[in-house]
Each structure stands twice: as C-alpha cells, then as structure tokens.
Design a protein around this ligand. Structure first.
Ligand SMILES: Cc1cc2nc3c(=O)[nH]c(=O)nc-3n(C[C@H](O)[C@H](O)[C@H](O)COP(=O)(O)OP(=O)(O)OC[C@H]3O[C@@H](n4cnc5c(N)ncnc54)[C@H](O)[C@@H]3O)c2cc1C
Length: 429
C-alpha cells in the first residue's frame, strides 16, 4: 500500500480487531475504504499488555466467525501474540486495505461540501465517512489519590510486563478486575508479597458443568444485554484464562497468602487507607458467582441437558485473616511495599476527532455506533450495542451493523430522480 490516496469513500481509523472487522464488512458491501493504523495491526495485543497474557475467552469463542485459530485448541486460551497474529492473518485473508505506520492527527468536517478532511502523518485525505475504531481502552487512568511519593514505583497495568520489571519488595495492586487480579496472581506466584485492593466485581465461574462461562453467558442471553444495569458502572469482571483457565476466587487467593484490602481510599504520607467494604465486595462477588450457577442449573433442567453435576463449584474457602479482620490502614513502608500497580481502567481519547459527536464530558454520542454527526461512526465501544461489544466476537457483529448503515446511506446518495415517464395518451376505444 505505497500508493498515495487522497480521496476515499470511507476511512477507518485503527486496525485492531475493530478496524479489521470493519474492513471485512465494508469489503463485503463493496464500499471503497482504507484503514489507517499508527502502529501495526492489533498492536495493543502485541505491546500494550503484559507478557504472559492469554485471551480471557477460549479460542472457539474469542475469534471472528470466518477463521479458527489453527494452532490453539478450541478450549484453549490463545497467548496475546497469537491473538495479534490471528488478526494479521484475518486481514490478509480478504486483502484488507490497511496502511500501517500512519497516524491520524485530526479529522474536521468540510464546510459547504460533504465529507471530512483528515490530516495524517503522511498527508491529507478526503473521506465521505470516518469510522473511529481506536479502541475501548485508549488512555490508562490513574486516580488522583495516587501518592506523590517518588520513592514508590507506580505504574498503570497497561505498563506492567512481568514481575522482574519491578523493584524488589512487596506490591500493592489497586483494582481487582481481570487485569488486576491476574497481575496480582502472577506477582504472588513469583514469590512477591502482594496486597490486592478489591472493589465491586463480578466473578463468573471459569467453567461450570462442562461449559465455559462464555458459553453460559451466550446461551443465557447475557452477552446480548443491551445496556448496563443501573448502578453497575463501577463493577469490574474478574476472569482469567491463565494456567489453562481457573475461576477467580479471592478467598482462595487469600488462603494462598495474598492480602486482600477494600477499595483504596487515600494516601497520607506512607499510610494507605482502605474503605471498610472488603467483606461486602467479596459477598457480592460470591452472589454473582452463585447466581450464574443457579441460572445454569435452571437452564440445564429446562432443556433436559445431560451435563455432569459439579457440586464442588459451590464450595466456599475459609476466610483468611485479612478477611476476618480487614485492614483499613496500612503503612506501606513498614509493609515493605515498593511498587503500586494501578489496574484502574482506561478512558477514551478522541481529541483528534473534531466533530459534533460528543457530550460535554467527551463521551461519544451514538446509536449502535452511528453518531449524530452524519458520516461519523464509532466501533468497539464498550456497550456499543450490547455487553459483548468491546470483545472480539462482539465487535464483529457491531461492524456488520455499521457497514450496513454506510451501505444504505450510499444508496440514498446514489439516488437520482428517475427519468420522467413519457406521457401516454389514453387509448381510445
Ligand atoms: C488486558 C486486556 C485483555 C483483554 N482480553 C480480551 C480477551 O481475552 N477477549 C476479548 O474478547 N477481549 C479482550 N479485551 C478487550 C478487547 O478485545 C481489547 O481491548 C481489544 O484490543 C480492543 O480492540 P479494538 O480494535 O477495539 O481496539 P485496539 O486493539 O485498542 O485497537 C485500536 C487501534 O487503533 C490505533 N489507533 C489509535 N489511535 C489512532 C490514530 N489516531 N491514528 C491511527 N491509529 C490509531 C491503535 O494503534 C490500535 O492499534 C482485553 C482488553 C484488555 C485491556
């Protein structure tokens, strides 16, 4: 793709899984398009995550419909490099028009004529439509409570790679969603003393009665939930495909020596304080876990499925000391903590997209990815159309919807008034 292109019907920004899916559906619709990627295809899977990361869902699930992983077992969990290779192979499969190493700097609507002017690191492109496929997790967020103490090594989970990268000493991991709990577990396995700050979370069973939780969420219709339930905005999901895929059980991790604390509240000098909500957060996580087991049991019974009973799944680990007597204040220096890892999530950054498609807080406004500014589309947003939207399988279906919308709009614009029908004189009898 060395040829300079100055005009294109549809420009897709970003060639992660969202950009690749978008390109496939636009190709199927015959929409001339170009995908610009500042780095490499699926770069975030290559260099934006820790070394040992594997997909959270099994290979049969975390993929696009058109291609299976050829060297990962269907029930296995693909290592992150393999996931990136998969998307590269997928893009090759239909010869996706992707130009890598091109940064989109700014998109502005044209005045007095349709379309957008796109400023890139390699020149200017005119596009009728722009699809922002720059990812659900763009800007690492570290909360303002982070201590200013420069003696502490502090990084966001996006910059964590492996235990050897951290200075010797204990580690406080703040946030116990899928990233935080996996990083905490890896650090503990490497011999570190680990403190894990646990907020509100869901923790589905990795598998139950011979079916992965991805399957259960599918057949129970949970991936298809159209909107987040009110009050659940700050609830993370703790799942992992590491070590062949194991259910996250915080009580078990505590039994293994990890010190759990509640939500991190503040830092004062070397003293960290935690909200008194650890026991409640664990109880709610257990409730969520058990509710899925109950729903699965009911589904099996209703459908007369022959799936093995798994009574062990309801076993409860005894409470470790940190749960019986939750720590509300901790002297980091005395505890030997030298590092804090902030597994506190991400924000989006659309500062390059200078169009009328955002609310006052900078949040994209859209209906299933179609922005109020005509010609602007989003893809890969969390909850874009359903719970599964920001995940591998979900984005493919959202991309189809967006491509259909683009094709329909193109049809409108192609409409020309039909040639006037010649007036026919009434036939006389
Ligand atoms: C730690 C972690 C683990 C995850 N594990 C799973 C999993 O196992 N299964 C699953 O289904 N989902 C998983 N996800 C969620 C989701 O699948 C990933 O976040 C995925 O990377 C999102 O793909 P995307 O294409 O939407 O965005 P991204 O992968 O972020 O791709 C966006 C691309 O846009 C490019 N870009 C951004 N701005 C510009 C610009 N201005 N100009 C040009 N290019 C630009 C970036 O370089 C990037 O390559 C995980 C997420 C995280 C954070």
């Amino acid at each position: 793709m060395t040829q300079a292109i100055t005009t294109i019907d549809t420009l897709v920004v970003g060639a992660g899984q969202a950009g690749v899916a978008m390109s496939e559906h636009l190709s199927k619709q015959g929409v001339p398009h170009l995908v610009l990627e500042r780095s490499r295809i699926a770069e975030r899977w290559r260099t934006g995550r820790w070394d040992s990361l594997v997909a959270n869902g099994p290979a049969w699930h975390d993929r696009f419909p058109g291609l299976e992983f050829d060297d990962v077992a269907a029930d296995g969990f693909a290592p992150k490099e393999r996931v990136a290779d998969y998307f590269e192979a997928y893009a090759r499969k239909f010869n996706a028009p992707i130009r890598t190493g091109v940064d989109v700097i700014c998109v502005v609507r044209n005045v007095g004529r349709p379309g957008f002017t796109v400023h890139t690191s390699e020149g200017v492109i005119e596009a009728n439509r722009v699809v922002a496929a720059t990812g659900p997790f763009q800007k690492p967020v570290i909360p303002a409570i982070a201590p200013k103490d420069t003696a502490l090594h502090q990084i966001h989970s996006a910059d964590y790679r492996n235990p050897a990268q951290l200075p010797a000493g204990a580690v406080l991991v703040v946030g116990a969603g899928s990233s935080g709990v996996q990083i905490a577990d890896e650090l503990q396995r490497s011999g570190r003393q680990v403190y894990l700050s646990v907020g509100a979370h869901d923790r589905p069973p990795r598998a139950y009665r011979n079916r992965d939780f991805c399957w259960w969420l599918g057949v129970l219709g949970e991936w298809d939930q159209a909107a987040m339930k009110p009050g659940r905005e700050h609830v993370t999901i703790a799942v992992s495909g590491a070590h062949g895929g194991k259910t996250i059980d915080f009580r078990e991790l505590a039994q293994q020596g990890m010190t759990l604390v509640g939500l991190t509240q503040a830092f004062n000098g070397s003293i960290a304080s935690f909200q008194p909500n650890l026991v409640d957060n664990l109880a709610r996580g257990d409730e969520n876990y058990l509710a899925l087991l109950d729903a699965a049991d009911a589904y099996i019974e209703r459908n007369g499925l022959d799936l093995p009973v798994e009574s062990q799944a309801r076993r409860v680990f005894p409470d470790a000391e940190c749960i019986k007597q939750p720590i509300l204040e901790l002297d980091l220096a005395k505890a030997g903590i030298t590092s804090i890892i902030w597994a506190t999530g991400f924000a989006v950054d659309y500062s390059w997209l200078k169009v009328d498609a955002f609310d006052a807080a900078g949040k994209p406004q859209h209906q299933r990815g179609v922005a109020p500014e005509s010609g602007i589309y989003f893809l890969g947003l969390p909850w874009q159309s359903r719970r599964g939207s920001s995940f591998i399988w979900g984005v493919w279906h959202d991309a189809k919807y967006v491509a259909d919308h683009i094709a329909i709009q193109r049809q409108y614009l192609e409409y020309r008034e039909a040639a006037p029908v010649a007036h026919k004189a009434p036939v006389s009898a």
